[in-house]
Design a protein around this ligand. Structure first.
Ligand code: ZN
Length: 241
């Protein structure tokens, strides 16, 4: 499968042709054959907004998981919050993407407290309840812990990880032939994780994709500087970065 919007559209079409209803972490039990579409926002809110818009055009709703502890974006900034609200307004859900490595290793109880704190912060930022969570690059210990948090569906819960067939494009690589698995109809429940960051209008290899993202950061930094320093044009033109 290519990493283009066209290919993603075909993925959704294939799911429909094979009778998979698109459901989420809360209502999946209402369809005998269903798929949960999950997106972890590891790097770019802009990529997430683009994929969210495509999904809206295709008439599907999914869940976007946002990090609070990332160096790549700040969900509390007005610009980022506007992007998250845009994703919600397109009919998608925002969940918490939790990075346990942001905290010192501790007991399971401490881990639950960190997650609860972040759920609370994200709920306050979004001015509404947050009731789903996924883990960012979970360690084996975290995966095995089978955490339970009142009122929060955890994407790594046994239900979503074992009772569903889990397919992921992590590191821009499908470990299993996702399209063949859908066509086989061998599983009634699919849980598909895609990272919007890897999808573009035209196919790009992993190096092109990463290089373009890193290089675009200079222009973004320039605009952020312009918002926070007087007459940046007297110092430097955008074309110079
Ligand atoms: Zn992640």
């Amino acid at each position: 499968m290519e990493f283009t919007y066209k290919a993603y559209e075909s993925l959704i079409a294939l799911l429909r042709e094979n009778g998979y209803a698109v459901r989420n972490y809360h209502n999946w039990e209402t369809a005998p054959r269903c798929v949960i579409l999950r997106h972890d926002i590891d790097f770019s809110l802009d990529s997430a907004v683009e994929l969210a818009a495509l999904e809206q055009r295709l008439g599907v709703s999914s869940t976007y998981f946002v990090l609070l502890t990332s160096d790549f974006y700040n969900p509390a900034s007005p610009g980022s919050l506007a992007k998250l609200r845009t994703i919600q307004s397109m009919g998608h859900e925002i969940g918490l993407h939790f990075d346990a490595k942001a905290y010192p290793e501790g007991t399971e109880q401490e881990l639950v407290e960190h997650i609860r704190k972040e759920i609370d912060i994200l709920s306050q930022l979004l001015d509404g309840p947050v009731s789903t969570m996924s883990m960012h690059r979970p360690s084996a210990t975290v995966l095995e812990s089978n955490l339970k948090i009142q009122g929060v569906e955890i994407s790594y819960e046994k239900t979503f990880f074992c009772d569903f067939k889990y397919l992921s494009d992590s590191r821009r690589h499908w470990r299993e032939p996702v399209l063949d698995i859908i066509r086989s109809q061998a599983y009634d429940h699919l849980h598909i994780l895609t990272h919007a960051f890897w999808y573009h209008q035209q196919e790009q290899d992993i190096a092109q994709s990463v290089t373009a993202f890193i290089c675009s950061a200079a222009g973004e930094r320039y605009l952020q500087m312009a918002d926070n320093i007087r007459s940046i044009g007297e110092i430097l033109q955008k074309s110079e970065v």
